[in-house]
Design a protein around this ligand. Sequence first.
Ligand code: ZN
Length: 497
Amino acid sequence: MSTTEDRQLRARVDELREELNYHAKKYYVEDAPEISDYEYDRLFYELVHIEQEHPELDDPASPTHRVGGKASDRFEKVTHSVRMDSLTDVFSFEELEEFLSHVAERIPDAVYSVEPKIDGLSCALRYVDGVLVQAATRGDGTVGEDVTQNVRTIFDVPLTLPEPLSLTVRCEVYMPRAVFERLNRRRAEAGTALLANPRNAAAGSLRQLDPKVTASRALSVFVFNFQEGALYADGHAPVSHTETLDRLHELGFHTLEERIRTADRAAILAHIRHLGEARDSLAYDIHGVVIKLDRLADRVTMGEGTATPRWAVAYKFPPEQKITRLEDITVAVGRTGVLTPTAVLHPVRLAGTTVSRATLHNPDFICERDIRIGDFVTVQKAGDIIPEVVCTHPDRRTGDERPFRMPAVCPSCGEPVFREEDEAAVRCTNAACPAQLSRGIEHFASKDAMDIDGLGPQIVESLIREGLIHDAADLYRLRAADVAGMERMGEKSAANL
Ligand code: ZN
């Protein structure tokens, strides 16, 4: 390899590591991901491939050498007796076929369990003499957090077993879609920030210091693996994964639904397609399908890789897309004065939530994609968080569609707007612009800054409209009596604020 290539590759490796570390922290420590799991996994496997091909670039501190993130300091740490591994991801049927062929070389009569990959938070449940004694999050796979008090509030986690068995199982804690939507409706009414998706809502709910909050969130679990211990009092040891799950179900565990056991490749692919189509109608979010060897002896034959087992893979679904009508384009003014066009969509179900708005970024984005008001558009959730418009469908136009023009004046203050020559953004430069002021104060009150509880966007706007505040410093001069007179503000919430 030439030195230039060497340097470029090394630079890419550094870039990937830095990016992966940043996003892992956002995801695991702050519960605030910025990119989709799908994108994250792509970056992750790009790095894995480079490190495998160029072992000289490998480093024990590389993010590929650990499975997940750091445990937060708020909970006791738990060292798992059986490592909680993650799986190798595959993104296409070709990659999946490669895995199946690789297994077939060593195990010609391989039998697989094919099951949905629930989009939640992985936990280990430990029972001693039939009593739940500990629940721990996966953390980095070796050390997790003790969330026993919180997990005890989950209704489908048995607190005792019908037999005095000592065992550990692995489950996925998730928030049912219906619960997630109810929770976000209440948050919208209260003017508090909406939760990004059911998975983050589940993670946030499980890592509450107050178990009462967890209890109010109505979480659920699916048990998907027997980790260790005794499943029968007489010492009988099951020979397959399916047998362990059937037995766990008998013991009162809520085991994974929608799984099949098969030796037939065509049946595996058919079940993946089926789950992909059923995805929308399930009561919970899934983000892929797990294909694993069913006979436990076969798993021993295939063995474990350095970071992931060789007896299973996870097939990841691509980001979900839907077609809907773009009914209007509105323009909002941000904290720095940037005017951002937003698509108002005919509401559509996407990746577990109802979507009625999508970002259009800036006027160039709209122009390049020739997005018109009235168009049918394909939308997807980037990062399964922020919906975005992917493309339009000109073949479905009726002639009534209207091109969009950026307003010449700020929609908030009416002052003329400006666009720098080399910039995509259009800005309002009026220092006294009320929209900028309220975004600024919202930011000041947000979790990332001062974390002022109960100061949502609606309250900020009312305070500005009533002339009670003109900048962030005015917040400290506010008295409960000033605030209590406002709409939607009771005496109690005014005092809290
Ligand atoms: Zn303005």
